[in-house]
Design a protein around this ligand. Structure first.
Ligand code: NAP
Length: 516
C-alpha cells in the first residue's frame, strides 16, 4: 500500500496541497519519504460537514451493526499490520516489539467495544412505569436511554502512535457510541495514521456505512486542531496529549457560542510514597523497579513516576545510591522527536536553577542536535519543595525527582498539597497499614488510580480500569479514555415521557420489557 500524504475525507478526490510537511526518523535524523498535506480551514469544513451528514444515518444504526464495523476495522488493520508497524517504527523510533504490543492493544480495544455494544447495557436504561392511579397526582410513564452526542474530534498523542491515535481507544469508543469521527492526525506519525485511517475507510465500505463516518485531517500547525474544535458541527472532543495542548483546546471549546465537552487526558507526575519498613526490607528491589518504570519507553509515558517520596536516613540513602548505580548504566535512547527531547532537557535545566534541587544522575547539557536522551535523577529536600512550584509539573522523559522527608507526617502533608494526578502510589509493609490508610485517604482526593506496592506504568485495558484523575491530569475526572466506560463520554441521556410505545427507541418499548 503506497502512502499518498492526503487527508482521508470521503467523497473528496485527492487534492495536491501547496503546503506539506515531512517527518524525521528520530533514531537516524533522516527525513522520511512522503509529503503530507497541511490541513486547511476548507479541509476541516468539508470533513465536519460530511461527518454531520453521516452522523444523521450512523446514529440510528444498531449496536450489532456498529460491532460489525469495529470487527471489520480489526480485520482491515490486520491486513496492513506489518506496514503499519514498520512505518510507526520509522516515524517514532519505538521498538517494533513495543509497537506489536500496542497494535495488539488497539485491536483489543476495538473488539472490547464490539462486544460491549452487542447488548444495550451500555445505554443504562431506566424505566419508571406510569402510575395513573397514584394520589394525589398520577405519575407519567418516564423512560431513559442514552444517545450518541454528535461528531467527535479526536486528537492522539505522539507516544502511542496506534493505541491513542487514529484507530485508538477514542475513535473506537466514539464509533461504538454511534458518533462519526474526525481525527486530527498527530504530525509525528502521519504515515502510520494514514494506514490506520485507510483500514477504517475500507471497513466502512465493507459494512456499507457512509464514508463520512470517519475522516482524517493531517497537519502540524496548531491552527488545524483549533479550527476543528471550533467547528460548530463538532459535538465533543477527545484529546490525549500535553497539558498545554489540552488546556488550549478546552478553552477554545468553552468559548464557542455552543460550548462542547472536551475530554482531555494529559500528563501528571504520578507521586509515589515509599514508607520506611518496606524501604528497609526491599530497597534494592524497589530501586530496580522504580528505574525500570521511569525509563520505560525512554520515560515517554503519562504514568511515569515523576516524583518519589522517601524518608531521610540510611535506608533512603541506600535507595538513592542503588537507583543512581542502575541509571548510570542506562544508555541514551531516541525520544519521539526533537521537540520532546529539547523540552525534556530544558525542563531539567529549569528545575536545577532552583535552590535545593540537585542532579544525582544525568547532565543538564545534552546535545541539542539529536533525539537521544539519557535518564536524569534529581533530589530535593522536603522543606524546599514549596519553594519550587514547577517541581509538580510533568517532565516528559526518563527522569524523576526524589523528595527526602524528615518524617512521615511531613510526607503526608506534602501529599495533601499535590494537585490532580492520573495515579498515586504507596509502597508499604503489612505492618504499615495504618499509615497506608492515612495516605490513601488523602490520595483518593487527588488521583484516578490508586496503587499499592506496584508502579504506575503499564495500564491494563479492562472494565475496572480508570485512567483519569482530577484536573490538571484531565479536564473531566469522571471519565477515562481507557476501558469500557470510555464510551460514556460520547453518549448523552434522553428521557421520554408518556410516549406511544411505537415511537419509543426500540430498547425502551414495552414489548422489549416483556421479552427481557
Ligand atoms: P501534544 O503536543 O499536546 O499533541 C497532541 C495533539 O494535539 C497533536 O495532534 C497536536 O498537534 C495537538 N495540539 C497540541 N497543542 C495544540 C494547540 N495548542 N492547538 C491545537 N492543537 C494542538 O502532546 P504529545 O507531545 O504528542 O504527547 C505527549 C503528552 O501526552 C505528554 O504530556 C503525556 O503525558 C501525554 N499523554 C497522556 C496520556 C493519557 O492518557 N493521559 C497518554 C499519552 C500521552 P500539533 O502538534 O499539530 O499542534
Amino acid at each position: 500500500m503506497l502512502l499518498t500524504g492526503q487527508h482521508l475525507i470521503s467523497g473528496v478526490s485527492p487534492i495536491i496541497h501547496s503546503q506539506t510537511f515531512q517527518t524525521v526518523n528520530p533514531a537516524t535524523g533522516k527525513i522520511l519519504d512522503v509529503c503530507f498535506s497541511e490541513g486547511t480551514d476548507v479541509d476541516i469544513s468539508i470533513a465536519t460537514s460530511v461527518a454531520e451528514k453521516a452522523f444523521a444515518i450512523y446514529r440510528k444504526t444498531s449496536g450489532v451493526k456498529r460491532a460489525e464495523l469495529l470487527e471489520s476495522i480489526v480485520a482491515e488493520l490486520n491486513v496492513l499490520k506489518e506496514q503499519i508497524i514498520n512505518r510507526a517504527h520509522l516515524e517514532t523510533a519505538l521498538p517494533e516489539t513495543r509497537l506489536e504490543g500496542e497494535f495488539g492493544r488497539t485491536v483489543h480495544q476495538l473488539n472490547m467495544f464490539a462486544q460491549l455494544i452487542r447488548n444495550d447495557d451500555y445505554k443504562h436504561i431506566r424505566i419508571d412505569q406510569g402510575l395513573p392511579q397514584r394520589k394525589p397526582l398520577p405519575r407519567p410513564d418516564v423512560r431513559l436511554t442514552h444517545v450518541p452526542i454528535g461528531p467527535v474530534a479526536v486528537f492522539g498523542a505522539s507516544n502511542f502512535p496506534l493505541a491513542f491515535s487514529v484507530a485508538g481507544g477514542d475513535t473506537a469508543a466514539a464509533l461504538a457510541a454511534g458518533c462519526s469521527v474526525v481525527v486530527k492526525g498527530h504530525p509525528t506519525h502521519p504515515g502510520a495514521s494514514e494506514l490506520a485511517g485507510l483500514a477504517i475507510q475500507r471497513a466502512l465500505h465493507n459494512i456499507d456505512l457512509p464514508g463520512g463516518v470517519f475522516s482524517l485531517i493531517q497537519g502540524r500547525e496548531d491552527q488545524v486542531g483549533s479550527a476543528l474544535v471550533q467547528d460548530p458541527r463538532i459535538g465533543a472532543v477527545a484529546f490525549t496529549g500535553s497539558h498545554a495542548g489540552g488546556r488550549s483546546l478546552f478553552n477554545l471549546a468553552a468559548a464557542r457560542p455552543n460550548p462542547i465537552p472536551v475530554f482531555a487526558e494529559m500528563g501528571s507526575v504520578n507521586p509515589t510514597f515509599v514508607l520506611p519498613l518496606i524501604l528497609k526490607e526491599k530497597y534494592k528491589e524497589l530501586a530496580r523497579k522504580y528505574t525500570e518504570s521511569l525509563t520505560l519507553g525512554v520515560g515517554q509515558f503519562c504514568t511515569n513516576p515523576g516524583l518519589l517520596f522517601v524518608l531521610k536516613g540510611a535506608e533512603g540513602d541506600s535507595f538513592i545510591h542503588s537507583v543512581k548505580t542502575i541509571l548510570q548504566q542506562v544508555e541514551p535512547l531516541p525520544m519521539l522527536h526533537l521537540g520532546i527531547k529539547k523540552n525534556y532537557q530544558s525542563k531539567i535545566k529549569q528545575l536545577l536553577q532552583n535552590k535545593g534541587v540537585s542532579l544525582v544522575v544525568g547532565s543538564d547539557s545534552q546535545s541539542d542536535n539529536d533525539c537521544y536522551a539519557a535518564p536524569a535523577l534529581l533530589v530535593i529536600e522536603a522543606e524546599d519543595f514549596h519553594r519550587v512550584p514547577n517541581i509538580v509539573e510533568e517532565i516528559f522523559g526518563p527522569s524523576s525527582v526524589i523528595v527526602q522527608c524528615e518524617t512521615l507526617e511531613q510526607m503526608l502533608e506534602l501529599a495533601g498539597r499535590l494537585s490532580g494526578q492520573l495515579t498515586a502510589t504507596v509502597h508499604a509493609h503489612h505492618d504499615e497499614k495504618e499509615f497506608c490508610r492515612q495516605f490513601f485517604s488523602v490520595l483518593e482526593t487527588k488521583a484516578g488510580r490508586l496503587i499499592l506496592n506496584d508502579f504506575p506504568t503499564g495500564v491494563e485495558v479492562c472494565s475496572a480500569m480508570h485512567h483519569g484523575g482530577p484536573y490538571p491530569a484531565t479536564t473531566d475526572s469522571r471519565f477515562s479514555s481507557v476501558g469500557e466506560t470510555a464510551i460514556q463520554r460520547f453518549l448523552r441521556p434522553v428521557c421520554y415521557q408518556n410516549f406511544f410505545d411505537e415511537l419509543l427507541p426500540l430498547e425502551l418499548q414495552k414489548n422489549q420489557e416483556k421479552q427481557g
